[in-house]
Design a binder for this molecule. Structure first.
Ligand code: 5GP
Length: 180
């Protein structure tokens, strides 16, 4: 697969059709669970931007969306769990039903930080919708209400996920052949 002229793009792990089919199911589940609650979908930039766009359109009830940008300390692709907020949310979360929309949960440390931060703002409820969960790496106790796919421990790209800002525009999720 060298659609972008790049032989570091590995095998397709999840096709565009598989992803869309699962998002339709997740959207229906969320719409059912949150009927009458006008939830806020909160995504962390940049990796979750494409998932957020597709998921929001699959949830057929009134809702709001907001975005946060965080940066992990250090340049490593591995999460340290020490996170700095670069762009905060615009919407006040107090008394609101919040769903964190995550691209991939690896160690779970980023998510643990976000949960603590959002809970301290007085949310009425707080759940997580993660497109991908990498098996076997979670260091933190996780409570993931909605999960798209559990994937084996390989580094992946596409559908929002990058390596040095590249590959986010692949319509599918692929293995990355340059992984360390
Ligand atoms: P955690 O804090 O759960 O270890 O890290 C989660 C974040 O690390 C994700 O939101 C994502 O930005 C990044 N990440 C983790 N695994 C991968 C992967 O396989 N591919 C890419 N491109 N990013 C990943």
């Amino acid at each position: 697969m060298a659609a972008q002229g790049d032989d570091l793009i590995g095998d397709v792990l999840l096709s565009e059709a598989q992803i869309q089919e699962r998002i339709t199911e997740l959207g229906a589940e969320i719409a059912r669970d949150y009927a009458g609650k006008a939830p806020i979908l909160v995504a962390v930039l940049k990796g979750a931007f494409i998932f957020m766009a597709d998921l929001a359109r699959a949830v057929d009830i009134p809702l709001e969306v907001d975005f946060m940008a965080v940066s992990s300390y250090g340049a490593s692709t591995r999460s340290s769990g020490v996170v700095r907020i670069v762009k905060d949310l615009d919407i006040d979360l107090h008394d609101r039903h919040v769903i964190i929309v995550e691209d991939i949960v690896d160690s779970g440390l980023t998510l643990r930080y976000l949960r603590k931060t959002f809970e301290s703002r007085g949310t009425a409820s707080l759940e997580v919708c993660a497109l991908l969960v990498r098996e076997g790496n979670q260091q933190a106790e996780l409570d993931l209400r909605y999960i798209g796919f559990r994937i084996p421990p390989a580094f992946v790209i596409g559908y929002g996920l990058d390596v040095a800002e590249r590959y986010r525009n692949l319509p599918h999720i692929a293995d990355y052949k340059g992984a360390e």
